[in-house]
Write a protein that binds this ligand. Structure first.
Ligand code: 5GP
Ligand code: ZN
Length: 110
């Protein structure tokens, strides 16, 4: 298994962790697109949301609310994004949810 995010989960590649439990890991994006840019990933490998079970996706969303609170993002708001596949702009083939916040975000993203 040569998956970048699986290697981060195993600790083979360092990451700036903000949350971890037995099912998910959250860490800061290496190339942040906003003052707060966190990736929330399941510890179980899924190539994308298309392969993931609904409980996993729901759990990631639930944990995102805890992280938003810890990061102080609830009052002003934040954005959750799951890029999927080529046209969705997914570059790492391990399901991940982006959390972006700390500035006013454009919509549509382009
Ligand atoms: P995607 O484009 O697949 O939706 O998002 C992948 C994200 O992973 C990108 O925002 C990219 O900056 C981030 N990323 C890629 N490699 C690393 C890494 O080694 N460490 C961290 N923390 N983030 C990474
Ligand atoms: Zn993986």
């Amino acid at each position: 298994m040569n998956c970048l995010f699986c290697r981060i989960i195993k600790g083979e590649i360092p990451s700036d962790k903000v949350y971890e439990d037995d099912r998910v890991l959250a860490f800061r994006d290496i190339d942040p697109q906003a003052p707060t840019h966190i990736l929330i990933i399941p510890k179980q490998h899924y190539d994308s949301i298309l392969e993931a079970d609904p409980e996993t996706v729901a759990y990631m969303a639930e944990i995102s609310k805890k992280i938003a609170a810890a990061e102080g993002l609830c009052e002003k708001g934040f954005r959750l994004v799951i890029n999927t596949g080529e046209e969705g702009g997914q570059s790492v083939k391990h399901l991940h949810m982006h959390m972006l916040g700390g500035r006013s975000l454009q919509w549509p993203p382009g």
